[in-house]
Design a protein around this ligand. Structure first.
Ligand SMILES: Cc1cc2nc3c(=O)[nH]c(=O)nc-3n(C[C@H](O)[C@H](O)[C@H](O)COP(=O)(O)OP(=O)(O)OC[C@H]3O[C@@H](n4cnc5c(N)ncnc54)[C@H](O)[C@@H]3O)c2cc1C
Ligand code: SF4
Ligand code: SF4
Ligand code: SF4
Length: 471
């Protein structure tokens, strides 16, 4: 039996044991979907945010068929959603138009991770009766270093969900709460969560009616919540615990100058010593990124529209959309999304500026190429060594020599999470003013490289990479 058959024959993973096997084989990214789609509530969430059995199973196998950790048939999902428009391998997926946009209400814009577009749209759709509610992610009150899914049915609940939570969040478990409702609901999810939704909708069209709008977030990696918890423990005053984690606290300069802010039970706060979002560059180095390293979707290719940061630099190497209020970049994929967004714009709830797709792609190039080329390289190697890999039934992209070199360098950093004491030491140094000095130096070097015109300097929430311009 070949490696592929060993891990992916339909009978290998079935029902509740199948899901537990997916977790055991390291294929689960803790999206929560199996918990949310099980018709009889077989699963709860364990202390590590994985599914755990809490009730009997009726052996319908829906959970396994929906699980995006086990398998994603990109061409089939793409063809079903975008007939004749989907081609696996393009970095951004199919787009009808691309924009930078921000919320119309200044308070929502300020609260948002980027330009507050998602929060503004959800509030507007709720208040105009377009949706009955939305599946969003908020801080888990029982474990502030991780996220939790809720069905937000009020403006207040939607406002609570503004901001990115760069941590494990099995939010799609909240699908369970709307299993008997007609909708319409919107969902906000990471690309893997959108995969789960689309797989469920293909199996049962009632889910399409229930959820007519899926908003996807661009995603490089997510950080395991254990990393935030470890940082909190390391930085908490003696005898105190982490009370809140705000992953993108803006400073007085506004977007994109945001940073990780941890609040402890005595009310004291710790802020990372870096400027824009570089904290993730450090924390991701010491985190086991697990299933995220086998993920091919950077752009939430199967969403109605995707949202990210406009990490786009000008000719001086500075952020082109550096405005304190912030902007989001928006990749519109379906005619329904185009219509819903335009209506919000006409109602004065959104400011939208068209930008060429190539500009959006240029800003995210390093991240997107990694998700396709370097992931493909990892998957090929894992298969060769007989390690479990997700079932992606399409030819994977090739990997250029440059991307292979980058991947080798990345592997050196993968040594850190293998030795907890080394990871703790690296985290301590990385989070100190000393680490801050190096990060700032690196960022200045990136800006100079971008200004020289010789390099494409593209970014993600997790860093910022230099690529030599071709031609
Ligand atoms: C783990 C992660 C990785 C990301 N990586 C990138 C990247 O590499 N490049 C890039 O350009 N953008 C990335 N983003 C998206 C970016 O951080 C912003 O979320 C996006 O620009 C939307 O901004 P906004 O102001 O319009 O959204 P807001 O109005 O602030 O709304 C944010 C929405 O995100 C949802 N959300 C927050 N955390 C999570 C979570 N963990 N899981 C599911 N939903 C969540 C909330 O429910 C909320 O509805 C990432 C986001 C996350 C959560
Ligand atoms: S009842 Fe169906 S969905 Fe629920 S655990 Fe069993 S097989 Fe999975
Ligand atoms: S559906 Fe999500 S949470 Fe459940 S096993 Fe698959 S990846 Fe993990
Ligand atoms: S990298 Fe992929 S698997 Fe990981 S959180 Fe993002 S979309 Fe999900």
């Amino acid at each position: 039996m070949g490696v592929r058959e060993k891990f992916f024959s339909a009978d290998t993973y079935r029902n509740v044991e199948g899901i537990l096997g997916i977790v055991k084989d390291g294929l689960c990214h803790r999206c929560g979907a199996c918990i949310g789609v099980c018709p009889v509530g077989t699963f709860g969430i364990d202390e590590h945010a994985y599914p755990k059995q809490v009730d009997k199973c009726i052996e319908c196998n829906i959970c396994v068929r929906v699980c995006p950790g086990l398998a994603v048939d990109y061409p089939a999902l793409g063809e079903a959603l975008f007939p004749g428009r989907y081609e696996f391998g393009s970095l951004m997926g199919p787009v009808l138009s691309t924009w930078v946009a921000h919320a119309g209400e200044p308070d929502i814009r300020r609260r948002g991770a980027s330009g507050g577009v998602i929060t503004q749209l959800l509030v507007h759709w709720l208040e105009t009766g377009r949706i009955k509610g939305a599946l969003v992610t908020v801080e888990d009150p029982e474990e502030p270093s991780r996220g939790k899914g809720i069905i937000a049915r009020t403006r207040e609940d939607i406002l609570r969900s503004a901001q990115s939570r760069y941590c494990t969040a099995p939010s799609f478990s909240a699908l369970y709460d709307i299993r008997d409702e007609e909708g319409p609901f919107a969902v906000v999810g990471l690309p893997c969560q959108i995969h789960a939704l689309r797989k469920r909708q293909r199996m049962d069209p009632r889910w399409k009616k229930r959820i007519p709008m899926a908003i996807g977030l661009l995603c490089h990696y997510n950080l395991p919540f254990e990393s935030t918890r470890a940082s909190g423990r390391m930085l908490a005053p003696k005898g105190e615990r982490l009370a809140h984690a705000n992953f993108r606290q803006r400073d007085e300069r506004g977007w994109p100058h945001n940073t990780l802010e941890l609040t402890f039970t005595d009310g004291s706060k710790w802020r990372s010593p870096y400027g824009p979002a570089q904290i993730f560059n450090i924390v991701s180095r010491v985190s086991p990124l697990g299933r995220c390293l086998m993920c091919l979707d950077a752009a939430a290719e199967f969403s109605d529209f995707s949202i990210g940061d406009p990490w786009i630099r000008d000719e001086k190497g500075l952020w082109k959309y550096d405005e304190p209020g912030g902007w989001s970049s928006v990749l519109v994929r379906t005619p329904e999304a185009e219509q819903w967004l335009r209506e919000a714009e006409q109602a004065g709830k959104l400011t939208m500026k068209p930008v060429p797709p190539a500009e959006v792609e240029r800003g995210q190039h390093a991240m997107m190429i990694e998700k396709k080329q370097r992931t493909a390289f990892r998957l090929r190697l894992r298969k060769r060594f007989g390690r479990p890999v997700p079932d992606y039934p399409m030819p994977l992209p090739g990997t250029s020599a440059e991307q292979k070199r980058k991947e080798m360098a990345f592997w050196l950093t993968r040594i850190l999470p293998m030795f907890p004491w080394l990871a703790r030491l690296a985290l301590r140094i990385g989070l100190s003013p000393f680490g801050g000095y190096f990060v700032r130096r690196r960022m200045r070097a990136r800006q100079r490289a971008a200004a020289s015109g010789k390099y494409l300097v593209s970014a993600s929430d997790f860093g910022d990479a230099r690529e030599r311009k071709s031609g």
